[in-house]
Design a protein around this ligand. Sequence first.
Ligand code: GDP
Ligand code: MG
Length: 162
Amino acid sequence: MKPVVVLVGRPNVGKSTLFNALTRSRQALVADLPGLTRDRQYGEGRVGGRSYLVVDTGGIVRDHDPLATLVASQTRLALAEADVVVCVVDGRDGPNPDDFLIADQIRTLNRRICLAVNKTEGVEPEVAVAEFHALGLGRPYAIAATHNRGLDELMTAVLAGF
Ligand code: GDP
Ligand code: MG
């Protein structure tokens, strides 16, 4: 089985952009998904000659409207299938209260977690990630999904141990 990598984070941080950059529209073959629900968006990514499945989610939101609740429950289902959770945050903002909420939720899952600080093009990586250590999710990785920056380094770390 290929490792399953689930992207989470609040809306607009760039999860879908990252999904597209990682998969370049390679749809995962249904045959690769034994035991996985088919009603989510799965793609196949590759790094260093290894492949993995990546799952986009609608994000975790605090809102209480029914659609938001549905999106959140889809996210929970996706997380149940995850081998690794990639928490995506927006590097142009500092850590947001919702980022701390999401960090707390995913820490309870007992899954490997990697933190991706997106939208960091044009900024020194160490500077871009400095404030995000506070989320307590380990070493933050600076990426820019729209510029393909840092994606191989991130995914190499994500897959370490698989
Ligand atoms: P999602 O809601 O988390 O899936 O976020 P989207 O992937 O839809 O992206 C939200 C917005 O952020 C879009 O306008 C993207 O073009 C933009 N975006 C995504 N990645 C980057 C990035 O690396 N740099 C910049 N500047 N914008 C980005
Ligand atoms: Mg999206």
